[in-house]
Write a protein that binds this ligand. Sequence first.
Ligand code: PEP
Ligand code: MN
Length: 351
Amino acid sequence: MIIVMNSHAPQAAIDRVVNEVQRMGCQPHLSQGRFRTVIGAVGEEGLIDQNHLASLDGVEKVVPIMKPYKLASREFHEDDTVVEIGGGSVPKVKIGANHAACIAGPCAVENKEMLNRIARHVRDGGATMLRGGVYKPRTSPYSFQGLGAEALEWMRECGNELGMPICIEVMDTRQVEQMEKYVDCFQIGARNMQNFDLLREVGKTRKPVLLKRGFAATVKDWLLSAEYVLSQGNRNVVLCERGIKTFEDSVRYTLDITSIPVALGWTHLPIIVDPSHAAGKRDYVPSIAAAGMAAGAHGIIVEVHYCPSEAQCDGAQALLPETFRDLMVQLHKIAAIFNKEFAESAEPVRT
Ligand code: PEP
Ligand code: MN
């Protein structure tokens, strides 16, 4: 249910509605729009006394949210959300509305030297945030599983040194507390998109969450997963389309371009694309990234390696640093056509 306040409702009237919603056993969530405040009352159906709320001072109307996801819907929050990642030891990077961002780095952190080298390449090429897995979700238990805590430290040091917020995948509820001290953004991988306990746990923090779409999940499932995070009070969710399973086997997954305009219509949350995991092959990465931006995405997350044949994980899809640099030049131009601007990187990109 949403309670729409009229445009000149005083703060006292808003506070009163919030109290009444709590008294009915629901959680109030405020959305401050350009013209009015909307209060979302989230909880079990049947708890809300709609007529009572509608009779309160300053209330324009009380309407049910028709979508199954509530806080993620445009009905609750009309304007695009801008998520800010970083701050403190690194600059803040904005994603959403007309702000685009590029997260780049290795699939997995393999050692300190390679991380520092790749991080410099991606910063110089125009990335504004650094990625690098330290706990890896591998299909085989015998494949490289990531270096864990040690690599977390290296990522933090490297991000601080280069002025780049860091984004790292969290795989388990037991890692959240430890990782919260290091990361600027939690990544929830495709395989964990419906790990509801994990979603709730990162939802209890106030760190931004990059939520990948599961490869067998509908856009609705994806937004319901975002709702798990939002329902815990964490408003900082960035969606990431990374490809779904189809019958096509020429690529690893099929990047569902359509999901971008669909999701942008249904939700106010920002969306980026991951062309690396969709393609599985570096040759296809630039076109898929460009198509994602043209479809309305707010940026990309992409894997880069200076020597992909040595990579412990996903070498075939890693872009070489020079290709990454060229891609960023192209993406800056596409972003400009669609009225978006990439955040300034420490080293300006040649356009
Ligand atoms: C990754 O980003 O390294 C990754 C494993 O991605 P996904 O969860 O999309 O497969
Ligand atoms: Mn990878």
